[in-house]
Design a binder for this molecule. Structure first.
Ligand code: ACO
Length: 427
């Protein structure tokens, strides 16, 4: 392939460097275009814009490939645990046994959350959405851990990373317990990372928490599948907030807010609410298919479609199988699962969905598993955030280590031309 691409504006020609990725993806470097020609590129929603070079996650939406640091998601979901994947994403290699043990021990040491954070939690009404609470509490951690991260020191970076990996699950569990009116619980250093999360969330105040292997494996898998997804809306938010040299907690808190929206992480909650609405309405999936296709109806089939997967979402395949297994193992018979399967079958055969390459995404089935685990619907997106945390950290770390400039897009101004101020009495 040539080294440059030519762009002609009027009678002038500009050479744009061509950059190739390791998987032969092609990018045109337009960073000097404005300086050379005065023109900017316009791409609302960044559908065609690469914001950075990254060595963390590769995905090919046409072929349905997703790899973390070169490892296929299918293999990681089957063979690794979540903490191993977190280490891989953040530091680039799978941990040795010693590295894993040290990483886990360091996280445990940092998992104490200041008791005063409880006062902030107490100030929220029980009706508050857990994502709003989680974002606020994560932001509050900045005030309780004020030392700014010296990104030139690997040691400082590492400390900030294990701190947030230790404290975040506590905040997640407390958010749930507050909502349910339960006393807050503390972790247990003898437990694995995911086991500890389950214990902190579900331990009854009056009894022991009995670990369930099916639930541990299911949660491990769900968290791994959500752990990173390259430059999506929340990750781009984390990178752009971090690019102003705001700290890690502040950047992650912004990522949580971005994830909350129903077009992004909020979709898992929206999927379940949609399936319940269909069930309450008599289970007529055809009616909802028709609504989704009607351009005068704002209804969309939640859990279908993806910005980059235009064939299938590899995570959806894994999760569909996991949903069948978990429900089977737990002996749960859920009519919602039947509605979901019916809807998927109809959509896959429907011309509207086929033409637009709309396939079930990762969130179509994740909510069904969370429901079987007794996790309330409003907490689904919080669970997504818990899984995405290592990805956000890895992307923030990479952005800072690469010394990326502050994120600051351009715009095309389409407002009023210059005009004179009109005093109020003359308006
Ligand atoms: N139901 C019905 N029609 C849809 C759906 C859907 N879920 N998704 C897209 N379409 C249609 C659009 O109306 C549009 O039709 P048109 O070409 O006739 O105008 C076409 O498909 C393309 O849709 P866009 O919105 O342009 O696609 P985009 O890539 O911008 O959006 C998105 C992707 C936001 C995920 C979208 O498919 C959607 O809203 N899906 C439902 C929400 C959802 O499940 N989000 C989770 C995403 S995965 C994640 O964040 C983990």
């Amino acid at each position: 392939m040539a080294n440059t691409a030519s762009l002609k504006i009027d009678d002038k020609s500009y050479e744009l460097p061509i950059i190739t990725g390791v998987e032969d993806e092609v990018a045109l470097d337009i960073s000097k275009l404005r300086g050379m020609s005065g023109a900017i590129t316009l791409d609302p929603g960044y559908k065609n814009t690469g914001s950075c070079s990254s060595a963390i996650t590769f995905l090919d939406g046409e072929k349905g490939i997703l790899r973390y640091r070169g490892y296929a998601i299918e293999e990681l979901a089957e063979k690794a645990d979540f903490l191993e994947v977190a280490f891989l994403l953040i530091f680039g290699e799978l941990p040795t046994k010693e590295q894993y043990q040290k990483f886990h021990a360091d996280i445990k040491k940092q998992s104490i959350v200041d008791e005063d954070v409880k006062k902030i939690l107490d100030a929220f009404p029980k009706s508050a959405h857990p994502m709003g609470v989680l974002s606020s509490l994560t932001s509050a951690l900045t005030s309780f851990n004020p030392s700014s991260v010296n990104v030139n020191s690997e040691e400082d970076m590492y400390r900030a990373i294990v701190k947030i990996l230790g404290k975040f699950p506590v905040l997640v569990a407390w958010t749930l317990r507050k909502k349910q009116g339960l006393p807050l619980d503390y972790g247990d250093d003898d437990l694995g990372y995911v086991q500890n999360i389950l214990k902190m969330m579900f331990k009854s105040p009056s009894g022991e928490y009995k670990q369930n292997k099916i639930l541990i494996e299911a949660l491990d898998k769900l968290l791994i599948l959500h752990a990173d997804h390259e430059q999506n809306c929340s990750t781009s938010t984390v990178r752009i907030v971090g690019s102003s040299h705001a700290g890690l907690f502040a950047s992650i808190s912004a990522g949580i807010s971005a994830l909350w929206g129903p077009l992004h992480g909020g979709a898992n909650q929206a999927v379940l609410e949609m399936l319940e609405a269909i069930k309450a309405d008599g289970g007529d999936t055809k009616k909802y298919m028709a609504k989704a296709k009607d351009k005068d109806d704002p209804f969309r089939l939640m859990g279908f479609g993806h910005r980059v997967y235009k064939n299938f979402d590899p995570r959806a395949k894994i999760i569909k199988k996991a949903a069948d297994e978990v429900l089977g193992d737990l002996g749960v018979e859920d009519p919602i699962l039947d509605i979901a399967k019916g809807l998927e079958k109809e959509a896959l055969e429907d011309q509207y969905f086929v033409d637009r390459k709309l396939y079930p995404n990762v969130d179509f089935y994740s909510g069904i598993i969370y429901r079987a685990m007794d996790i309330p619907t409003e907490m689904f997106t919080v669970m997504f955030a818990l899984g995405r945390l290592p990805g956000w950290i890895a992307q923030w770390r990479e952005m800072r280590l690469n010394k990326e400039p502050i994120g600051r897009p351009r715009q095309l101004y389409v407002g009023s031309p210059s005009r004179s101020f009109v005093p109020m009495e003359n308006r």
